[in-house]
Design a protein. Structure first.
Length: 335
């Protein structure tokens, strides 16, 4: 498979961004700005969301406003720049917010997540037990509904007075010895998930995968690929589903592992398939490689195996763009 363009070039994604305090929420709204901490979760969110995507803020089980991402920046030396948020303090350690999204306001609203329009995200929150994540991806149906909520935004944001500053590009390395946070971080499973989600947002790449798993009755343009989806027992890494279900709601769960997997991983994915109540014709397990027992177990459970390969050397700490653009997925068939 060849790598493709980002999802926002065809269909923008929609995310709810977790905010820790009312004070931070007010600053985010005032400046139409989102910030993420200098760690693995913040970097993951920054890789997930691209220019053209839509976001709302999430605080106290309520959703606030609709924005489109107009610019992304990773700021060098954020402790020397206007926050505007106070750093997180853990003893003597302070955590700043170098990863930032500049936002264009579209709609103004303040709505509880108990509204049916937010059911996809609310279900994830309940099953995960709270705001342990920095962001939650919602589906296209949710984006369509929130695009009619509240009123059209007509007040420009208050510009944050920023001095001259330098930006950096995120890199990811295989070993901890390469890490220099926040600019170089360890290559984790969540980063691979993001690269695969971006890769499969290309219709050509998705069509190639559908052909290899014998799914022919649906077109790539009718599907969307979403980030982590919580289920009653655990959560799947990625979910491929119909964009606008009519009559039936096809779902294909995708699990991602950075290393070699065994039969336990296959059994876990088979359990997720069973929770999807007959609307799951197949599941996909993507990993570096597979043991013989895992391959045998997968063939008995309608689970399709794909081996990922990177065109970039993780020992040289590539950028995220290099990781996802060099990504390839190849079907593994039991011999």
């Amino acid at each position: 498979m060849t790598s493709g363009a980002s999802s926002a070039e065809s269909y923008p994604s929609y995310f709810l961004l977790s905010v820790s305090t009312r004070w931070n929420l007010e600053l985010c709204i005032k400046h139409s700005l989102a910030g993420f901490p200098s760690g693995d979760n913040g970097a993951w969110t920054f890789c997930e969301i691209v220019e053209g995507d839509f976001v709302s803020f999430l605080y106290g089980a309520r959703a606030y406003n609709l924005y489109q991402v107009s610019k992304r920046e990773a700021l060098r030396d954020p402790e020397l720049l206007p926050p505007p948020w106070k750093p997180l303090e853990f003893g003597k350690k302070k955590i700043y917010f170098p990863f930032r999204l500049h936002l264009r306001p579209y709609r103004v609203f303040d709505e509880p997540l108990v509204r049916t329009e937010f059911a996809y995200v609310a279900e994830n929150l309940l099953r995960r037990g709270g705001y342990s994540k920095t962001h939650f991806q919602a589906d296209q149906t949710t984006l369509q509904r929130v695009s009619e909520m509240g009123t059209v935004a007509d007040t420009p944001p208050s510009a944050l007075d920023m001095p001259e500053h330098n930006i950096f590009t995120l890199h990811f390395g295989r070993s901890k010895s390469l890490a220099r946070p926040p600019e170089v971080l360890s290559f984790r499973e969540t980063i691979l998930q993001s690269a695969i989600r971006r890769h499969l947002s290309s219709e050509a790449n998705l069509q190639a995968m559908l052909d290899q798993i014998d799914i022919h009755k649906v077109q790539p343009r009718d599907l969307e690929i979403l980030g982590e989806k919580a289920l009653p027992e655990g959560h799947i890494d990625l979910l491929l589903k119909q964009r606008v279900p009519i009559g039936t709601a096809l779902k294909i769960p995708i699990e991602v592992k950075t290393k070699i997997v065994g039969p336990r991983d296959v059994a876990q994915l088979a359990g997720y398939m069973a929770q999807m109540e007959g609307e799951c014709p197949a599941a996909i397990l993507i990993a570096a490689d597979f043991g013989k027992k895992a391959m045998a177990t997968a063939s008995d459970n309608r689970i399709k195996l794909f081996r990922y390969a990177l065109g970039s050397d993780l020992n040289r700490a590539p950028t995220f763009e290099e990781v996802y653009r060099g990504l390839s997925l190849g079907r593994v068939v039991r011999t």
